[in-house]
Design a binder for this molecule. Structure first.
Ligand SMILES: [Zn+2]
Length: 262
């Protein structure tokens, strides 16, 4: 499970188990020893995640996106960094920083909030539940919202993981989610059913900032393809050929933007 979640977690656990013998010299009491073993695992995990993994990953072509707000780029949830899900190819890192700066310049106070990126090692290693985030060339980004009551601009999206709060099709707009579900693709709207929708009412979709973000990525020479739900492509008046439909085998993209390198 640790390997599926974080790629390196399983190996770190084996490493911690293999090197924990010396702890028995500190205490023989069961609960003290168990606590020490857990702390030992956390220590080794932190050492690997913060120091060793970034050092090894960099020469192999992947770099971690920042854990704290840096250059107006930040993770939506720190957990994605702690689970090593924030690694990208250097070109994608540069693009993310570039768009973050452009967003901040056009909308002072705005940050670019990233969601899942990729793992540090091995092309083809799946970053579940994503189908394609397996080579450091893909990155998901949060949409922008406003406070529904005060209309104040926000840099959060109301979902713990950043996924699952969807900007539904309006009457008259194409409803891809309904079409995919009707055709038997039960997973297409699965996240929406799992994720708590209690914060949805408090948010208004910020069309202006979201469209600007998409257009900045579209204009970036490193970016080859973007996924956003078709009804939002129409609503936000996005016309670039780089914006494709991801297909019913994926999940809906009216809760986040997906970008990938050429
Ligand atoms: Zn994605």
């Amino acid at each position: 499970m640790l390997t599926v979640l974080s790629q390196t977690g399983g190996i770190v656990l084996l490493l911690a188990l293999a090197t924990q013998k010396w702890l028995t010299g500190i205490s023989k009491t069961n609960y003290v020893l168990t606590t020490l073993k857990c702390l030992w695992f956390v220590f080794i995990y932190a050492l690997c995640t913060f120091l060793i993994v970034p050092l090894i990953a960099r020469p192999l072509g992947r770099v971690p996106l920042p854990m704290r707000e840096t250059g107006h780029l930040k993770p939506h949830n720190l957990l994605s960094c702690l689970l090593n899900r924030n690694y990208v190819h250097k070109d994608l890192e540069q693009t993310a920083f570039r768009v973050a700066a452009q967003m901040h310049q056009q909308f002072p106070g705005s940050t670019l909030n990233y969601l899942d990126a990729g793992f540090p090692f091995i092309n083809g290693f799946p970053l579940l539940p994503h189908l394609s985030h397996n080579d450091g060339k893909k990155l998901d980004l949060s949409f922008y919202y406003r406070d529904a009551k005060t209309n104040q601009v926000l840099n959060s999206n109301g979902s713990f993981t950043g996924y699952g709060i969807c900007e539904e099709p309006l009457p008259g707009e194409i409803n891809t989610a309904q079409g995919c579900s009707k055709n038997g693709y039960w997973q297409y709207s699965l996240l929406k059913k799992i994720v708590s929708q209690k914060n949805k009412e408090a948010l208004t979709f910020d069309e202006q900032r979201t469209a600007a973000m998409v257009n900045f990525f579209v204009a970036d020479e490193n970016i080859g393809k973007l996924f956003i739900e078709p009804h939002l492509k129409t609503r936000l008046k996005l016309s670039s050929q780089k914006i494709k439909f991801h297909g019913c085998r994926a999940v809906r993209h009216d809760d986040h933007l997906h970008v990938q390198l050429k």
